[in-house]
Design a protein around this ligand. Structure first.
Ligand SMILES: [Zn+2]
Length: 441
């Protein structure tokens, strides 16, 4: 199997309106340059005709970061739609064939914008809004794209243009989103892209329980103007070979179960995929390393340039190293590097009085499945199981400490195995009867 899996992940967030004050604030935050926020100064920046108190290296970086192409956000669904009309056409996709004659494939990692206090960038708020839009787009187009998961941690001010760095401290959004994806959409992720590339001990341990494939490592030797503030991949591996992270330090190789793949950016400001990085991936493959070449951009930016530019680099390296490449689904790219297990997860479920007993026929990825409960009054809850045997056996009790059984509308759970095969179970309650439905995703 001498080919490289090429994985294009889009952090999928819907439209983004960018008022001038937000652009100029970001300029100040990123480069420490204070410029009055107005249209004429923005035009001067586009023309590279503005006074900047920066050395020539930073000046170059500044104009790479703030230019007409990068600041050309899709500010409403109409603009997103007109870009997607092109991206979801077979004519466009077939311009970019891999070495096997297959068209370019996109992995849409869909976020939910929810529970914000303020929304100056006019993001589309609500559960499933972006997920449903792209799911329908894929269905209608007949193009074999995939949907995976993206999450933005909540900041202390909780406005939609700021980011937190803790997944749970300022909201339980991640649980609310995943409960709804399971119960309302029969869906659970095996692949993850972290919002703002941010991981920390809390997210390291959360992912370690549930999600086996993590495209997060942005380590590279380029200038990063975000240092010591948001994401930190400074000393993680610069190899394109995925690694198991350490329990206490996600940047170090260790004995965690999940895989972290390197994923650089296209069409933005920092940690960019360039020709020497693409070459490095092909050179590593030549040495028989297990390699995934992954890159990411956003649906709210003009993406066309990213396709041409990345495709040209892929063709160059493929020719230079005489190695083929294949546009891949993000889960399949990992599965190609792993040994397929002999059996799929199957759960055995028993009810005794107000307890539910669950057993798996084999070890699941983490110590317990992800539990999601919906009550008849339409609230969603995530909880721990009573873990009878980690990875294999669990109990849940309906009582005054949790929820009385007669108040439950749906009890559901989902789990991956280490190969990223996902199984989801939904148990619907109706008076004293219940129905069980299994989904293999
Ligand atoms: Zn994001």
């Amino acid at each position: 199997m001498k080919y490289i899996s090429v994985v294009h992940l889009v952090d999928t967030e819907g439209p983004l309106y960018e008022p001038l004050n937000i652009t100029f604030n970001r300029i100040k935050e990123t480069f420490g340059v204070k410029i009055k926020a107005n249209k004429s100064n923005l035009k001067k920046i586009f023309k590279k005709d503005i006074d900047l108190n920066l050395n020539s290296k930073l000046k170059k970086k500044f104009f790479e970061s703030f230019n007409e192409r990068i600041l050309n956000y899709k500010k409403n669904w109409k603009e997103i739609n007109s870009q997607n009309k092109i991206l979801f056409s077979k004519k466009f996709r077939s311009r970019y064939k891999d070495s096997f004659g297959q068209n370019w494939k996109i992995n849409w990692n869909c976020v939910d914008h929810i529970n914000y206090k303020s929304n100056p960038q006019r993001k589309t708020l609500g559960y499933h809004k972006i997920f449903d839009y792209y799911k329908n787009r894929i269905l209608k187009s007949g193009i074999k794209d995939s949907i995976h998961f993206h999450f933005h941690p909540t900041s202390i001010p909780n406005s939609s243009n700021t980011t937190g760095n803790h997944y749970f401290s300022n909201s339980d959004n991640i649980f609310q989103i995943l409960c709804r994806r399971i119960i309302d959409r029969n869906w659970f992720p095996s692949v993850y892209r972290p919002g703002f590339h941010i991981e920390n001990p809390d997210s390291n341990w959360f992912l370690e329980q549930f999600i086996p494939f993590d495209y997060s490592n942005q380590s590279c030797s380029q200038i990063n103007t975000n240092t010591e503030r948001f994401e930190n991949w400074e000393y993680a591996s610069k190899s394109w070979s995925p690694y198991h992270p350490d329990h206490d330090d996600y940047q170090k190789k260790g004995s965690c179960r999940r895989w972290v793949a390197r994923c650089l950016n296209v069409g933005t400001r920092i940690a960019l995929l360039n020709q020497s990085e693409v070459d490095r991936a092909f050179a590593e493959k030549k040495k028989n390393k297990k390699v995934i070449l992954a890159f990411t951009n956003h649906d709210f930016r003009s993406m066309e340039h990213d396709f041409n530019n990345t495709y040209r680099m892929l063709l160059n390296s493929s020719k230079k190293y005489k190695i083929r490449f294949k546009f891949s689904d993000a889960r399949e790219a990992f599965q190609n590097l792993l040994i397929k297990p002999k059996k799929n997860i199957k759960f055995k479920i028993n009810f005794i009085d107000d307890k539910i007993f669950i057993k798996s026929n084999k070890k699941i990825f983490g110590p317990q499945p992800f539990l999601a409960i919906k009550t008849k009054d339409k609230n969603y809850y995530h909880e721990n199981f009573y873990i009878k045997k980690p990875f294999k056996e669990w109990i849940y009790s309906f009582d005054r400490h949790s929820i009385e059984k007669n108040k439950v509308d749906c009890f559901a759970f989902a789990a991956n195995d280490s190969y990223g095969s996902t199984v989801l179970v939904k148990i619907k309650f109706n008076n004293n009867r219940f129905t069980i439905k299994n989904y293999n995703l």
